[in-house]
Design a protein around this ligand. Structure first.
Ligand SMILES: NC(=O)c1ccc[n+]([C@@H]2O[C@H](COP(=O)([O-])OP(=O)(O)OC[C@H]3O[C@@H](n4cnc5c(N)ncnc54)[C@H](OP(=O)(O)O)[C@@H]3O)[C@@H](O)[C@H]2O)c1
Length: 247
């Protein structure tokens, strides 16, 4: 990868986001490691990248704040340069049956899992369009395809990311900016830790490869989509789920 590429990865302090920061840095990108609450974990990722000779900074924001997207894009521009690679990875899976789901919980899920990605894309796009180079990679979920009991608000937001990404790909393609969506299956991170003891065996039965995925396996797909090698791929939904969802 061209060493001048600047990447912003939301939720970069742990899980899939952390692995993505490391993979992009290994490809030569300068990485803004976004975090909400885990400053120490974000700093550790930054230090790991710097120790390997790379360039990285931590950037903090609660993406439920409507102003966060524009502020983050500006902070990265000021400290590293304009964002070339945007990875909308931060997410949260609330749990509630639809019959008991409060408006506020529904709204929170849409705000974080869908609207934050739109706001960040909107903030980063003018620079990408002007430079005629950009990569926007949104992280959806298998739940968008299969549905998920007690996670309808999460699945709806993640399904929204698909339509958003495909529309964006059509809109910005003529400017040499690509937009793709990654669809993780069941990946071993904090997000699944609570449900794992009760549901792990069922998950393995549903997964042809017969195991959970590792964050690094999702990060490798994201890094590929961010690379020059993926220059003719846009509007793709890339499944990284051991065969859990096919197509
Ligand atoms: N793990 C899976 O099996 C799986 C499957 C399908 C899709 N996904 C998707 O993959 C992405 C990464 O998941 P993961 O498993 O790596 O999750 P994770 O380990 O639970 O990490 C979630 C990340 O989101 C950030 N975040 C949460 N709320 C935020 C907010 N209000 N503002 C800003 N950042 C916020 C967290 O930041 P802090 O820690 O700094 O608070 C954290 O970095 C998510 O979009 C998730 O929906 C995961």
């Amino acid at each position: 990868m061209d060493t001048t590429r600047i990447a912003l990865v939301t939720g970069g302090a742990r899980g899939i986001g952390r692995a993505t920061c490391l993979a992009l840095a290994a490809q030569g990108a300068a990485v803004a490691v976004h975090y909400r609450s885990r400053a120490d974990a974000a700093q550790a990722v930054v230090e790991q990248i710097r120790a390997a000779g790379g360039v990285a900074i931590p950037v903090q924001a609660d993406l439920l704040d409507p102003a966060a997207g524009a502020r983050l894009a500006e902070q990265v521009r000021a400290e590293l340069g304009p964002v070339d690679i945007l990875v909308n990875n931060a997410g949260e899976q609330g749990t509630a049956a639809v019959a008991e789901l409060a408006d506020a919980e529904w709204q929170r899920s849409l705000d974080l899992n869908l609207t934050a990605a739109f706001r960040l894309a909107r903030a980063c796009l003018p620079g990408m369009l002007a430079r005629r180079w950009g990569r926007i990679i949104n992280v959806s979920s298998q739940a968008a395809y299969t549905g998920s009991v007690r996670h309808a608000h999460y699945a709806a937001a993640k399904a929204g990311l698909l339509g958003f990404t495909f529309s964006l790909a059509k809109e910005v393609g003529p400017h040499n900016v690509t937009a793709n969506v990654i669809v993780p299956g069941r990946i071993e991170t904090d997000m699944l830790a609570e449900q794992l003891p009760a549901r792990g065996a069922e998950w393995l039965r549903q997964t042809p490869l017969g195991r959970l995925g590792r964050p690094e396996e999702v990060a490798a797909a994201i890094a590929f989509l961010a690379s020059e090698a993926a220059s003719y791929i846009t509007g793709a939904a890339l499944h990284v789920g051991g065969g859990l969802v096919m197509g």
